[in-house]
Design a protein around this ligand. Structure first.
Ligand code: AVJ
Length: 326
């Protein structure tokens, strides 16, 4: 029976094999490590992307709705700071509502450049945006945005570049990698450029832990789906029933860590390689770093940006920050 058919029966979504040889090597490398780790980028097969959409609507997961309300309430000021005829360079595929709010309001945008490594997802969301915003030149770029890249040349010369990075995805990067990513954003912002970024803020740990351990178990399914994907695409034999979702806030590192905990001692084969799991041993699947305003401002400063405007909700749960190249 082909994997395609099996997957349909299992999850109702027909996953396409999207993991390349480099991904397989990275996954095996992560499972050989102690503690075992898997990159959160591997969450997002079709089922994973759908589950994440569901997460953004959960009462406990305040991030997406809070960022959206901050954008809506402050869009006029954001538009005046960005100015006319800018080029909006989004690190990510731009499938979110937040991007549409910007494309709806920014003044005579010269171009919109979504940058994402997953070519298919990028192409689909860029085509949808180009159809909905025919007056904006949409120039998708399928590259790895953690390394410097050449920007496409729009028909209309932009007066400046504004890099956009919503959703607090900056939190997924370890502090040194987050620093390095801000330095790439500094390069791509170019002269007179700026950065508009969503940053989730440090807060009461129970509030954070609830956001990653929702009562309906959607986040648990999102986390476990990583194993389903390895079964589907790398011929692994994970028994999802023998792993448990766990998300904890590590105060000293200022981050939520998501883990898949082995419920018993077991052996799992992935791409023909065997991995032993002790009872209680886990795979860390995601880190979500949270920042204070001071901590993020210091990191932005080290990358060459000056934070010039911060918008927050009344409860100071989440921030959208505007940073100018110094
Ligand atoms: C999309 C990376 C911002 O870390 O909050 C949601 C992903 N993980 N629930 C986050 C996620 C668990 C999310 N980011």
């Amino acid at each position: 029976m082909s994997r395609r058919v099996a997957a349909t029966e299992a999850g109702g979504v027909t996953p396409r094999s999207t993991l390349g040889p480099a991904d397989r090597d990275e996954i095996l490398q992560g499972l050989r490590q102690h503690p075992k780790t898997l990159s959160p980028k591997f969450f997002y097969d079709e089922r994973g992307s759908q589950l994440f959409e569901e997460i953004t609507e959960l009462p406990e997961y305040y991030l997406t709705r809070t960022e959206l309300s901050i954008m809506r309430e402050n869009i006029d000021e954001i538009v005046s700071l960005v100015g006319p005829q800018a080029s909006l360079v989004e690190f990510g595929s731009g499938s979110s509502m937040k991007t549409r709010i910007l494309l709806d309001h920014l003044d005579r945008l010269a171009a919109y450049v979504p940058v994402d490594i997953s070519r298919d997802h990028l192409k689909a969301s860029a085509e949808a945006l180009a159809a909905d915003f025919p007056h904006i030149e949409v120039l998708p770029l399928a590259v790895d945005f953690t390394r410097p890249f050449d920007l496409p040349q729009p028909r209309v010369m932009p007066l400046r570049n504004v890099v956009y990075f919503p959703g607090s995805t900056i939190g997924n990067f370890m502090p040194s990698a987050a620093q390095a990513l801000l330095e790439v954003m500094y390069e791509e912002a170019k002269e007179d450029g700026a950065l508009l970024i969503g940053v989730d803020l440090k807060k009461d740990p129970p509030v954070l832990e609830r956001a990653y351990n929702d009562s309906t178990g959607v986040t648990a399914e999102f986390n476990l789906n990583m194993l389903r994907r390895l079964n589907n695409e790398l011929g692994a034999d994970f028994d999802l029933g023998r792993f448990r979702h766990r998300a904890v806030y590590r105060e000293s590192q200022g981050r939520i860590e998501m883990h898949l905990v082995s419920a018993s001692a077991q052996t799992v084969t992935v791409a023909g390689e065997q991995f032993e799991f002790a009872e209680g041993e886990s795979i860390r699947t995601e880190c979500s770093h949270k920042y204070t305003l001071e901590e993020f401002a210091a990191m932005a400063e080290r990358a060459g940006f000056a934070v010039t405007r911060v918008w927050m909700d009344r409860e100071r749960l989440f921030s959208v920050q505007y940073c100018l190249r110094r």
